[in-house]
Design a protein around this ligand. Structure first.
Ligand SMILES: *Cc1c(COP(=O)(O)O)cnc(C)c1O
Length: 437
């Protein structure tokens, strides 16, 4: 059933005069009639762009292709489309071809941390598994923008099998993130096969799917799909709402189906200039998400991919947003604000500063209202000395293999057992002078 009949009906008729209205809620109709060129976009929305702008946009689309579902397009306010957050996320801007000095083709160095086809293995216990290169809508702010619409890189069955084999042969992997592209663009049977293979791997404890389907093509969340997904618990889904207006009645139904199937839902928002860089807007967004049983998970600083410079905000804006959320709204509605380190360092959380000073006996903290308070440290706290022998520890972690797990990174500097006292960057002039490099 059409919800906002007038807009949807008009758009449907402009795209496909015969069958459209009846098939609006058929996701395959939506995919087959995705708008992929400027002229059809103008026609569907009922707008006319200045001709000189159209030429420049054609050039942009030749580099970074355009694709938007009729459903997502129908959310645009055509009276003020240039300022519309949905329009800005799906319609090209000529600024995309302005490559800034800091822009990188692969800012997260995903191509470097690539031990197997479709696998990015960056963290100790989890991997990113890129199982699909298809998306229902091409986000203009895509971090993998260089590969958008790149048909040659659709993973083959052999590549997916090689990815599965990698996961199978690495017992440290306990968490697999299916991403892409959009995993929910795969046929149910193929996704079912991948999930079944992952279920069969004993050390894989949890699988996550990162998808924008509930935002751009909620019709895809069919009863059949949900029934299939529910056979693969524990399965988590992270979606990608950036603006409260994307949480439509149709999107809410899709989220409800997934939540009713027992799938924990999270949301990853990208902070985008002129789209959602407003503390009040972000508060509305997170509150609307939790109302729909979606836990705000990450707020991302826009990364350094080529063609995104016009979307980037200052880091200060992100901190200001978190300042406006912590204490002001439910704790579970506050996402972690992260910067994905250029060069492959992974996600780094960034927060306003709450711990403002400390002494041997007290820490000084401030709350969201500006109240400055002190917390006395316990005088007689004696943590158990850790000699790494868990079986003899009073804390009773009898888990097998726990003793062999060493420490890495900053945690190694804090460990009683690890002799590391300093982490030293390689190739500094100082090291070279010493002859250590
Ligand atoms: C984001 C990401 C993960 C998952 O990180 P979490 O903090 O566990 O959500 C894993 N691998 C890569 C390469 C990632 O970018």
């Amino acid at each position: 059933m059409l919800t906002d009949t007038t807009t949807e009906q008009k758009i449907a008729e402009r795209i496909d005069a015969d069958t459209a209205v009846a098939r609006w809620n058929d996701w395959q109709w939506q995919v087959a009639h995705a708008v992929r060129d400027i002229a059809t976009f103008e026609q569907a929305l009922g707008i006319a762009l200045p001709p000189e702008e159209r030429d420049a946009l054609e050039e942009t689309v030749a580099t970074f292709p355009l694709c938007v579902t009729p459903y997502y397009l129908s959310l645009i306010d055509r009276e003020d489309y240039t300022n519309d957050p949905v329009f800005m996320q799906c319609f090209p801007s000529t600024q995309e071809l302005e490559i800034g000095a800091c822009d990188l083709a692969d800012p997260l160095a995903e191509d470097a941390d690539h031990p197997a086809p479709c696998i990015t293995h960056r963290y100790p216990d989890r991997v990113l598994f890129l199982v699909s290169n298809l998306c229902a809508m091409y986000c203009r702010h895509c971090t993998r923008k260089r590969r958008v619409g790149d048909v040659d890189s659709i993973p083959s069955h052999e590549e997916i099998d090689a990815g599965l084999a990698y996961i199978r042969s690495h017992p440290e992997i306990r968490d697999v993130l299916l991403s892409g592209g959009d995993p929910l663009m795969l046929p149910d049977a193929l996704l079912d096969r991948i999930l079944t293979e992952l279920d069969a791997i004993e050390h894989v404890e949890v699988v996550r799917i990162g998808t924008r389907i509930p935002v751009v093509l909620p019709q895809r969340v069919t009863d059949d799909l949900v029934e299939m997904l529910a056979r693969h618990h524990p399965l988590w889904i992270n979606t990608h709402f950036n603006h409260p207006k994307e949480i439509t009645a149709t999107a809410e139904q899709a989220l409800a189906k997934l939540a009713d199937a027992g799938i924990p839902l999270g949301n990853q928002t990208v902070l985008l200039a002129n789209v959602n860089d407003c503390p009040r807007l972000q508060r509305t967004l997170v509150q609307k998400l939790v109302k729909n049983r979606v836990r705000p998970y990450y707020l991302y600083q826009c990364d350094l991919s080529e063609g995104l410079s016009h979307f980037r905000t200052s880091v200060a804006k992100g901190i200001e947003i978190i300042e406006n959320l912590v204490g002001h709204t439910s704790g579970f509605a506050v996402p972690t604000y992260v910067i994905d380190a250029p060069g492959g360092g992974g996600k780094i959380p960034v927060m306003p500063t709450y711990l403002i000073s400390w002494s041997d006996s007290r820490v000084v903290l401030r709350n969201y209202e500006g109240v400055i308070t002190s917390y006395p440290e316990p005088a007689d706290y004696r943590p158990a000395y850790c000699d790494g022998r868990c079986a003899e520890c009073s804390l009773k972690l009898m888990e097998e293999g726990a003793e062999e797990q060493g420490t890495t990174g900053i945690a190694s500097l804090l460990s009683d057992l690890d002799p590391t006292t300093t982490l030293v960057p390689e190739n500094t002039d100082r090291m070279e002078r010493r002859g250590d490099a």
